[in-house]
Design a binder for this molecule. Structure first.
Ligand code: PEP
Length: 251
């Protein structure tokens, strides 16, 4: 089953978040939940509100946009994976390119956050993706496969089955410039091949989502590519009709 996850990033005031969640609740209650899984990742202060307002909708979960890698302690301003799990979150984004670029998250930090998420019973959505100059230099496949290996290479098959991968070319995030279906297909095939090489006995391989300026206009074509198992949606997740239309494209 495909997964469509909305990453609100640091957007919306509380009244706007309630309005969006209410519209999503209305739209998502009308669909056949057996056809695609939906995840909403709002900012931390809105997690409880999202859990309450989306409560009981089949196939709809709430996730966080990041967590700290330590279990607890003196980390002012940070949030642990165990706190998120205890609230009722099912997933957490790890290694989003904005975290890597703006907050200095290295491959090592991403790996530790994956471990923290799994230890707390959360499903990490591990984001990988190349910068434009890497693609232009023809090194995008190696670069992205390396990011996946660095974040997940140490996991057992059972742990790997609790993970999701999101391929997000950095040059496509929030730019309106999306990967072509062919570019997405090429990378997803490479990631799938890497996963089956490292973990040959997986019962259910981690879904691989595409993210980067995914909109109602391009979602269906992207989701139709082999090994594209859904999407991670930024800007378009802030408008209920757009997000619902992308969910519909996944169904
Ligand atoms: C993202 O930030 O994960 C993302 C995919 O953003 P956008 O859809 O706005 O490109």
């Amino acid at each position: 089953m495909r997964l469509v996850a909305g990453n609100w990033k640091m957007n919306l005031l509380p009244n706007e978040a309630v309005a969006l969640l209410t519209a999503l609740r209305e739209g998502l209650s009308k669909r056949d939940a057996r056809r695609a899984q939906v995840l909403i990742c709002p900012p931390f202060p809105y997690l409880t509100m999202a859990l309450d307002l989306l409560n009981g909708l089949p196939g709809v979960g709430v996730g966080a946009q990041q967590c700290h890698h330590a279990a607890s302690g003196a980390f002012t301003g940070e949030v642990s994976a165990a706190m998120l799990a205890a609230l009722g979150c099912s997933h957490v984004l790890v290694g989003h390119s904005e975290r890597r670029t703006l907050f200095g998250e290295t491959d090592e930090v991403v790996r530790r956050k994956v471990d923290a998420a799994l230890a707390a019973g959360l499903k990490p959505i591990v984001c990988v993706g190349e910068h434009l100059e890497v693609r232009e230099g023809g090194r995008h496949i190696d670069n992205v496969v390396h990011q996946l290996e660095a974040a997940l290479g140490h996991l057992t098959e059972m742990q790997m089955e609790g993970c999701t991968v999101a391929y997000e070319p950095v040059w496509a995030i929030g730019t309106g410039r999306t990967a072509t279906a062919q570019q997405a297909a090429e990378m997803h095939a490479a990631l799938h091949a890497c996963i089956t090489r490292h973990w040959p006995n997986l019962q259910s391989p981690p879904p691989i989502l595409y993210g980067g300026s995914c909109t109602p206009a391009n979602a269906a074509e992207l989701f139709a590519q082999p090994h594209v198992n859904g999407g991670l949606i930024g800007g378009a997740s802030l408008k209920a009709p757009d997000f619902l239309s992308i969910v519909n494209a996944a169904e």
